[in-house]
Design a protein around this ligand. Structure first.
Ligand code: 5GP
Length: 191
């Protein structure tokens, strides 16, 4: 890990709140940003690519990396499923002269804040309501009904942490939410 603190952006949102669309928008509009690929033990979904969407690791590999101190932060985001940001991923992006953008959960973002403080921007994307979130998750069709329920419970918990972030963006209209987030990111990058 580099000694000097460099900039970093974290985007946090309950699953289905539109975080991926907003992150893609930011990556397209700010070439200086680079997506921090997390490691996870959850199974790969249909179109996902190893090394691009996630580094898909077996549980023993993930645990080995934890004990070797290779993670900047990691969490068991869902029961039995680990997700974490590798220090090497952040260094790779900084070494390329870019700013990492992390798509991580509430606890992970809090951990990042303990380390980086105001060298990072912390954005929370909220759905207009839990009902709307449920509809989106069902429509997306990537989760079983049981997983939808787990994700809703987690979303409810995560929403209670919104005011720990620099800004909450309510994603009612995706285009507006993208533009609003972009304005914040622009101000942060120019700081
Ligand atoms: P999904 O399984 O839908 O891809 O992601 C589930 C959740 O894990 C999302 O809320 C996402 O932000 C979170 N997540 C993804 N990568 C990381 C990570 O590296 N660290 C933490 N703490 N959470 C992550």
């Amino acid at each position: 890990m580099a000694k000097t603190f460099k900039k970093l952006v974290t985007i946090t949102a309950p699953s289905g709140a539109g975080k991926s669309s907003i992150t893609h928008y930011l990556l397209k509009h700010f070439p200086i940003l680079d997506f921090s690929v997390s490691a996870t033990t959850r199974p790969q979904r249909g179109t996902e690519k190893d090394g691009k969407d996630y580094y898909f690791l077996s549980l023993p590999d993930f645990l080995e990396k934890i004990s070797s101190g290779l993670f900047l932060e990691y969490e068991m985001v869902y029961p039995g499923k680990y997700y974490g940001t590798l220090k090497s991923e952040i260094d790779r992006i900084w070494d390329a002269g870019k700013v990492p953008i992390l798509d991580i959960d509430v606890k992970g973002a809090m951990k990042v804040r303990e380390i980086f403080n105001d060298h990072a921007l912390y954005v929370f994307i909220a759905p207009p309501s839990l009902d709307e979130l449920k509809k989106r998750l069902i429509k997306r069709g990537t989760e079983t009904l049981e997983n939808v329920e787990t994700r809703l419970e987690k979303a409810n918990y995560e929403l209670s942490f919104q005011n720990h972030f620099d800004k909450t963006i309510i994603n009612k209209d995706l285009e507006k939410a993208c533009k609003q987030t972009a304005r914040m990111v622009k101000a942060f990058l120019e700081k």
